[in-house]
Design a protein around this ligand. Structure first.
Ligand code: AMP
Length: 550
């Protein structure tokens, strides 16, 4: 395919605003691509290599400006190109504005004829560009790009410049290419989607759809060593999760960075970041972990956390520092160690598990890993139990919890409702503790189930109770703090004089006939004792009313 034909289609697509029409244009483009289908299916999305491949062209904007300037003529400098860009705002428009092809005697070849630039040549040159590294490589990159621009018409230059700088932006998203592949080669979009998820390569899927049809698509599988898009989470609440699923799978949310581990016991181990960048060299601990614990081929999804000498988690920034580290890894590792925790299993011992329910995938994970490196997954329909898990997570220095649909498949790249990170609390409130209950059984000597109140004029009005999510150790401490303030006791219930202030978080504030303030905290969570506050400094009914309106 001639690059001019690709550029023409790209121009039509860009000028179109209706989604369906865009799909029609992309479909036509794929049908016309013939031998270049693999490349065209990537180019139309602004990609030069498959999505699983983290190879970059490593062409900075200045390299590109330099090449454009050189092709534009002796009176144009890279600075001029940059100035134009500041004015016009978009590199494609700038490149399209120059008259290329007059340099170094090549003018005879431009404007049609035997030397028209082809998609294949552009691809080969860009691949060459990606491959050149080391000293002198920037000059070579400018030379290669110059060679391309010098043969470009205005329309070709527009899309070449954008392709090189990964700024295609013609309105073709992943869904568009999926639908276009389905339409062009008469296969169901849902099966194209599955094939895209496992292969993470639009070029390959387009070719397989055309040449092998549905059977070929369905035969595509995950490959150890080729990362897939990570499944993503959206914000959600405990209430919502339990309404939607009855039983929720609950897990700690680790404050680290996402990793996808690909381990082949007879071959290589690679580690990829959330952006599918190969971070293997920066994280030798993860490779060692795999060598030590995994005996079969696996693809695992998890998080790496930075830990201090005692194994306690360190802030997220420390992990990022390790991710970015390219040199002196051994030294970096001495300062901050990282530890992987895996929460999902996409492939084990030759078997793809993307479509298996979470519960099954996790069971598989448990069969592969001992306690070390394994994230625990609880199943519960009890909000109180979820509160406890949340409290333990926070206590252990993690971010909170993730709520997952136990029956859900692994959907690469999807920010769906199946994974929910618990929404941060609306706000925290400082409440006075005005009552409590003695515990039962193991907790009989502890006060628990604390009644929370806010100030209402000179009085206190109740807003809820916080019972769960407090460890035994903490309960002992709170009992010691509150017992001197017991005013009366009735069975297990005690009435407390207002003295101690708790900081409490909540998912929501609702109106309620149960409590004297007329409001109830939904999923209250004990955060800590405000030793610095007296009951007179606790939050007021006015504040609760104001928060409720937020
Ligand atoms: P966020 O980055 O705030 O959108 O939260 C989602 C991220 O939390 C994921 O991409 C993971 O990197 C991270 N995470 C931590 N713990 C878990 C877990 N147990 N399950 C899934 N994701 C987790």
């Amino acid at each position: 395919m001639e690059f001019a034909a690709f550029a023409e289609r790209a121009g039509e697509i860009e000028a179109e605003s209706a989604d369906l029409e865009i799909v029609d244009h992309v479909t036509a483009l794929l049908e016309e691509a013939n031998d270049d289908l693999e490349v065209v299916a990537r180019f139309v999305q602004g990609r030069v290599v498959p999505a699983w491949d983290s190879t970059t062209l490593d062409v900075g904007p200045s390299t590109c400006y330099e090449a454009i300037a050189r092709a534009a003529g002796t009176n144009v400098s890279a600075d001029d190109v940059e100035e134009q860009l500041a004015e016009v705002g978009e590199i494609g428009e700038v490149a399209a504005g120059y008259d290329f092809g007059g340099q170094q005697g090549l003018s005879a070849f431009t404007g049609g004829g035997a030397d028209d630039l082809t998609v294949r040549e552009v691809h080969e040159t860009l691949t060459d560009l990606a491959d050149s590294s080391g000293s002198g490589s920037q000059d070579r990159k400018v030379d290669l790009l110059f060679g391309l621009f010098n043969r470009c018409s205005s329309a070709e230059a527009r899309y070449l410049a954008r392709l090189v700088l990964s700024e295609m932006r013609i309105g073709v998203g992943e869904g568009t290419v999926r639908d276009a592949i389905a339409a062009a080669f008469d296969v169901p979009a849902s099966r194209v989607e599955r094939a895209l998820q496992v292969s993470n390569d639009y070029g390959r899927v387009a070719v397989v759809a055309r040449d092998e049809g549905l059977e070929g698509l369905d035969a595509l599988e995950l490959e150890v060593g080729r990362p897939v898009q990570a499944m993503l989470a959206q914000a959600g609440t405990v209430t919502g999760a339990l309404e939607d699923w009855e039983v929720a799978a609950v897990e700690w949310k680790y404050d680290g960075a996402r990793v996808q581990l690909h381990h082949d016991p007879d071959g290589e181990t690679r580690v990829f970041s959330r952006n599918l960048e190969d971070v293997t060299d920066a994280l030798p601990e993860v490779v060692e972990f795999a060598d030590e614990h995994l005996e079969v081929s696996t693809i695992l999804d998890g998080e790496v956390v930075a830990v201090d000498d005692a194994g306690e988690p360190l802030p997220f920034q420390e992990v990022l520092r390790r991710f970015r580290r390219k040199h002196d890894i051994a030294k970096a590792r001495e300062n901050v160690a990282v530890r992987p925790v895996f929460f999902d299993c996409l492939h084990a011992d030759g078997e793809d598990l993307l479509e298996a329910p979470l519960t099954e995938r996790h069971a598989r994970l448990e069969s592969l890993l001992t306690d070390e490196g394994l994230s625990i997954l609880w199943h519960t329909d009890d909000p109180a139990a979820i509160e406890s898990i949340d409290a333990e997570a926070l206590e252990a220095g993690h971010e909170g919890i993730m709520l997952k649909d136990p029956d859900s498949a692994y959907s690469p790249g999807r920010r769906g409702k199946h994974w929910r990170k618990r929404k941060p609390d609306v706000e925290t409130l400082d409440c006075v503790v005005t009552g409590a209950e003695w515990g039962e059984g193991r907790r009989a000597t502890f006060l628990g189930t604390f009644e929370l109140s806010i100030r209402d004029g000179d009085e206190y009005a109740t807003v809820g109770k916080v019972a769960t999510g407090i460890t035994d150790e903490k309960l002992a401490e709170l009992t010691e703090l509150l017992e001197p303030h017991v005013r009366a006791q009735d069975g297990r219930e005690v009435d407390l004089e207002p003295a101690v202030v708790f900081e409490v978080g909540a998912e929501e504030i609702q109106t309620s006939p149960t409590y004297s303030s007329g409001y109830a905290l939904r999923f209250p969570r004990f955060i800590g004792v405000r030793h610095d506050k007296d009951p007179a400094d606790a939050d007021s009914l006015e504040r609760v009313e104001a928060l409720r309106k937020l």
